[in-house]
Design a protein around this ligand. Structure first.
Ligand code: KG4
Ligand code: ZN
Length: 348
């Protein structure tokens, strides 16, 4: 594979993002416009608000990424874009912007699976030597919508091994934060509260699915709600006065239960599949407790993107596009969005 300059565009959820990446590993520019504060008022993502905001932001975000890189459209070798999974109205904005640019400039369009993008954020680590990468690898992808264990046998080659039966880990963090009266997105809020915990609350159960390595977080969510009701934290009304120490301790116990479950299940599957290493990626991989715990417990090498590149960005999409398409393909103009796309699945 020669040196290639790729523009990556990402709009699958609530981040409007664009980046220029050289040869799948070197970030030249990376622009992320987050809508989090807009959705925080509602305590979660409102799809209509998200797609409208993408429309307002997309041109500026792409222009800024181009300007900061010092490149012209004709310097690009490919335009990588997320076509799924994600929110339909949000995906449409990025895909159509990318098609428009590709059409106007005759640069090939590279359709990217968002989940594979999360994995490729690891290739953007300066210390990660992509020449020395040994496959197979086990990838834990933990985001707001997914908790997947996928076997990666080579570049762009993924097979889904286990997934969540109900809520995703990020979703569990977001819901827990809402119950505890913390902000949105919930993951960083739970992490901050847990770091301030002084005492210890009774541990939460570690959720298991019978005879399977799949994940399940809805039971844990129910235990948390029950605990919050018992302690008069939830539902909250104007007279509820909650001691923040208690919230911090519950957040700590909840984070421990999620992290232990993710780490134990990943290490079990990694050993069953005899992989050479583990990749942890997706928004929840920014969690410092998860990062430390898996590094401490894993007998295998563990690689993770930098925390800032764990959440949605365009650079990971550009990197995935580079590694997936050894030859730049002819653009498929009839390419549509795929909101329910899975890891390893391809509609192109
Ligand atoms: O990958 P991502 O940016 O978007 C999706 O593809 O869903 O992941 C967002 C999720 C949210 O649920 C957010 O609460 C969670 O990642 N998250 C975290 C942390 N930072 C973000 N969860 C736990 N700890 C964090 N530090
Ligand atoms: Zn994501």
């Amino acid at each position: 594979m020669g040196k290639k300059i790729i523009l990556g565009i990402e709009t699958s959820c609530d981040e409007t993002a664009a980046a220029i990446v050289d040869s799948g590993i070197k970030i030249i520019s990376n622009v992320v416009a987050s809508q989090a504060s807009l959705h925080a008022t509602f305590g979660g993502i409102v799809p209509e608000v998200a797609s409208r905001q993408h429309i307002l932001a997309i041109s500026t975000v792409i222009n800024t990424a181009m300007t900061e890189s010092g490149m012209k459209i004709n310097d690009l070798d490919g335009i990588a874009v997320t076509y799924g999974p994600g929110l339909a109205g949000s995906l449409l904005v990025g895909l159509n912007a990318a098609k428009g640019l590709a059409f106007g400039s005759s640069v090939p369009l590279l359709p990217v699976n968002h989940l594979e993008g999360h994995v490729y954020a690891t290739w953007l680590n300066e210390s990660f030597n992509s020449e020395e990468t040994e496959f197979p690898l086990l990838c834990l992808i933990v985001s707001g919508g997914h908790t997947d264990l996928a076997l990666m046998t080579g570049h762009g080659q993924f097979k889904l091994i286990n997934k969540t039966r109900d809520d995703a880990a990020g979703e569990a963090f977001d819901k827990a934060a809402r119950v505890l009266g913390l902000g949105y997105p919930g993951g960083p809020e739970i992490q901050n509260a847990a770091e301030k915990a002084e005492g210890t609350e009774k541990p939460f159960p570690r959720p298991k699915v019978k005879n399977s390595n799949d994940f399940s977080f809805s039971g844990l969510k129910t235990s948390l709600i029950q605990r919050a009701v018992d302690k008069n934290i939830y539902p909250r009304n104007n007279e509820t006065c909650v001691e923040s120490g208690l919230i911090n301790e519950i957040a700590f116990a909840f984070q421990e239960a999620v992290v232990d479950t993710l780490v134990d299940r990943t290490l079990k599957v990694a050993s069953e599949l005899s992989v050479k290493g583990i990749i942890v990626s997706g928004g929840v991989a920014a969690n410092s407790c998860l990062r430390t715990r898996i590094e401490q417990k894993s007998p295998l090498p563990v690689v993770m993107p930098k925390p800032a590149l764990c959440t949605d960005n365009g650079a990971m999409i550009a990197s995935a596009g580079y590694f997936k398409f050894k030859e730049m393909p002819a653009t498929k103009w009839d390419l549509d969005i795929a909101p329910g796309l899975r890891i390893g699945e391809s509609l192109v």
